[in-house]
Design a protein around this ligand. Sequence first.
Ligand code: KIV
Ligand code: ZN
Length: 390
Amino acid sequence: MVSSDNRVIIFDTTLRDGEQSPGASMSLDEKLRVAHALAELKVDVIEAGFAIASNGDFRSVNEIAKQIKGPTICSLARATKGDIERAGEALVPAENKRIHTFISTSPLHMKYKLQMEPERVLEKVSESVAFARRFTDDVEWSAEDGSRTEHDFLCRCVEAAIDAGATTINIPDTVGYTTPGEYAAIMTMLFNRVPNIDKAILSVHCHNDLGLAVANSLAAVQAGARQIECTINGLGERAGNAALEEILMALQTRNDVMPYSTGLDSTKIMNASRLVSAVSGFVVQPNKAIVGANAFAHESGIHQDGYLKHAETYEIMKPQSIGLNKSSLVMGKHSGRHAFKEKLKELGFAEMGDNAIQDAFDRFKELADKKKEVYDDDIVALVDDGLRDN
Ligand code: KIV
Ligand code: ZN
């Protein structure tokens, strides 16, 4: 049965899947800073790492478990006793802890990667989940490559995981292959066919290889999933994971058509985005949705004029809702007189007469043809020059 509860759990995996991006590894101190930012953002679950992966990863999970209060702290573990024990050990100090254990379920992964028969995989699902329950009541099980798994087998694995005690069932789109309609249909199929599905939260975890990670996650929520796994700035292997900030702002901005809530404080997004970019070394592209430098910037004269008359003409979100002070009017060759006058006022030239403004605007247009962006200092200089010349 599809849940009637519209609260969506946000599971952040910046420190685990995000950190798996080549070149994005973070020090313990950096991870702690990110974990604090995630707690301020009020994410529900922080996947702090993969405790068995290295001593450094163990320490990070352990320190985050000690220091971070509020969110549930989670460690990843393969379906082996050693992995699960290490995860359990690292999580001991956590206020609330979750073990996230996974195994591949697609024909391709079982045959070539695991080299294991499906029946053995099924046994391992039950064994790993039951073993993880010895360390915590909060156990998540993931079907790696779930979106490319045969439906009958996926149903059997999900049922077995729930019977063994899994409280969250995650169906990753590990290689970013699915589409919104197909992924939603997998959720619906699970709700219709797995008899004990009501005993667990259905979760989604999407990679962005086709640029569909956010769309797929939202489609799955509309089909009844109630946990989304995502990362700040969409950090993650290959093309990355679903971007937390895009999911949150889509749910907030289009609540009319997607009536789901999260417990997050969106005003903390910019802070988290800048921190993750700084510590991972992954620069955010300027036109990235929500957190890119141009996401709240207007350059064309028509847009600037409309925006100055009423911000909602060209803005669907308020910059303050993500923690920015204000939108910016970028002065360039497409800018018009209205925005230029506003810029002059902002720079302290409120008393200029019409002729002086026209003169400055002409000089500005000449300069703008030669430069990609005209900075505030350039405008101050050209107004000063004009005042001197007259
Ligand atoms: O993408 C994936 O399948 C994963 C799992 C380990 C959850 O990251
Ligand atoms: Zn992943």
